[in-house]
Ligand binder design. Structure first.
Ligand SMILES: [Zn+2]
Length: 247
């Protein structure tokens, strides 16, 4: 599933259409009033976590790529077309995505300060929300989009590895200062990840996610589906500390 950096990258790729009129809108997605899109000017593009918004004067189209979503700019993919927006110069096509039509102001629906890649990201608010559920596994908490919008499985695994925290640690047993550093690493990794996408070097840059050997100890990573819902974790039992209550 795409994480925040992939959506910021998609925003960068589609910014060429800002200021242009929609000449045609079509596709199989039923929730969009295609006729209302005609001749509307794309005012801006925003992202929130794993979501992207095409903002028009009176409404927005929200795109979430989910697990298997694809898009093509000035090209097509051999799948059922969900949405094609044809602008004055070029087009964008979406497939297998979750698409919504939003008429309410985005500011009333989204708390931008929870987005790890938003300028207003509020780490203290994230910490406060994190410790509201002290019994939760840290690997689950990092994926909670109401705490850290935009963090997905890749950032989760590598952030825990960088901070040497075992994914099955209980949130309430991790010192606050350590959690704060962990969240800072999630933010930092998001921007590094964006850089890797731009350079097309994502796979070689992960240290733990989808890797076999711990680069610190040269011992095999353990891989397991952990959490609710279970998501893949890659971790080293030697160098990642498990925070549990003392017995
Ligand atoms: Zn290790």
């Amino acid at each position: 599933m795409p994480e925040a950096p992939q959506m910021v990258f998609l925003k960068e790729q589609t910014e060429q259409f800002v200021g242009q009129l929609v000449l045609q809108a079509e596709g199989s997605v039923k929730v969009l009033p295609f006729d209302r899109l005609f001749n509307q000017e794309l005012e801006s593009i925003k992202t929130f976590g794993k979501e992207l918004f095409f903002c028009f004067p009176d409404f927005a189209i929200r795109i979430h790529l989910m697990f298997f979503g694809k898009y093509a700019i000035n090209g097509t993919v051999n799948r059922e077309l969900q949405l094609r927006l044809t602008f004055e110069e070029g087009e964008i096509n979406f497939y297998a995505s979750d698409i919504k039509f939003i008429q309410e102001p985005l500011d009333s629906l989204y708390d931008w300060s929870t987005d790890v890649m938003h300028a207003s990201f509020d780490i203290d608010a994230a910490i406060e929300k994190l410790y509201r559920k002290p019994q939760r596994l840290i690997c689950d908490a990092l994926l909670d989009q109401t705490i850290l919008a935009g963090v997905g499985n890749g950032i989760k695994n590598d952030a825990l590895f960088r901070r040497r925290i075992h994914p099955e640690s209980l949130v309430g047993e991790i010192p606050v200062l350590e959690s704060k550093q962990l969240i800072s690493v999630c933010v930092q990794l998001s921007y590094e990840y964006l850089e890797w996408i731009r350079e097309d070097t994502v796979l070689q840059n992960w240290q733990a996610y989808r890797k076999k050997i711990c680069p610190r100890d040269h011992t095999p990573f353990l891989k397991g589906n952990i959490g609710k819902p279970a998501r893949s974790c890659y971790y080293c039992e030697k160098c990642q500390r498990l925070y549990l209550p003392e017995v």
